[in-house]
Write a protein that binds this ligand. Structure first.
Ligand SMILES: C[S@@+](CC[C@H](N)C(=O)[O-])C[C@H]1O[C@@H](n2cnc3c(N)ncnc32)[C@H](O)[C@@H]1O
Length: 220
């Protein structure tokens, strides 16, 4: 398994936790998880742990995956400070995830999966789908397509690499709502909206199961 690091490793080494409060939608996500009786939750690209800690505090069995060593160390410390536990894996999301098929009741991933070209993002989404149960909940945020200016190299349509700044060298794919819907076309999308960070927030369920773990609210 590749543990190749990324520009965020240096950002976390320099600035520490960076993200302290949970994403603004996370209380709503927690409520949905509780309503569906969820237990196992993957935080893909868990960073320094704000959602790992928040989800563990809320009583879920939490798994975090990130390829930043600094992020892992900070998350372990935060969990220890709070007297909480989680399963943390140091690994790139571009490799096969270290979990069984259908293991998770939910996957959350905030400002992470866009750090790749679109072909790789599709592979990451396929891995998310592999490890998520039928009827499982997905909450993903990705940046909105906007004018990139001159300090970026364009790799392909809507994928740019910063030439300077803290995220220098790290690909960023920027989404339209239409592309987001297309990438997650196998999901029942219940909401897409912009957050205060110019990121689209997608809430969706993996195809409603007739024989899966969770039932449709309509009973269908
Ligand atoms: C903007 S931060 C968000 C962190 C966290 N999701 C949060 O909301 O606090 C982006 C995260 O993506 C992680 N990341 C970037 N590329 C990755 C990769 N190929 N595999 C795993 N994690 C990656 C970084 O290490 C960093 O933790």
């Amino acid at each position: 398994m590749s543990q190749s690091t990324n520009a965020w490793d240096e950002i976390f080494a320099r600035e520490g936790r960076v993200f302290l409060e949970p994403h603004e939608d996370m209380p709503k996500v927690i409520q949905m998880l509780q309503d569906m009786g969820a237990s196992t939750v993957l935080d893909l690209g868990s960073g320094t742990g704000r959602h790992v800690v928040y989800l563990a505090q809320s009583g879920f069995s939490v798994f975090g995956l990130d390829n930043s060593l600094e992020a892992m160390a900070a998350t372990r410390q935060w969990l220890a400070d709070e007297g909480l536990e989680a399963d943390l894996r140091l690994q790139s999301m571009t490799e096969r995830f270290p979990y069984e098929d259908g293991f998770f009741d939910a996957v959350v991933s905030v400002q992470v999966i866009h750090h790749a070209d679109i072909a790789t993002i599709r592979e990451i989404v396929a891995e998310i789908s592999r490890v998520l149960k039928k009827g499982g909940l997905l909450f993903v945020t990705v940046p909105e397509l906007r004018n990139q200016g001159e300090r970026f190299e364009q790799l392909e349509p809507n994928t740019f690499v910063p030439l300077d700044g803290p995220e220098k060298g790290l690909p960023h794919h920027y989404f339209t709502p239409e592309e987001l819907q297309e990438v997650f076309r196998d999901y029942d999308i219940v909401d897409i909206h912009l957050d205060g960070w110019e990121h689209y927030c997608l809430t969706a369920f993996k195809e409603w199961a007739t024989e899966g773990t969770f039932a449709s609210p309509s009973g269908s």
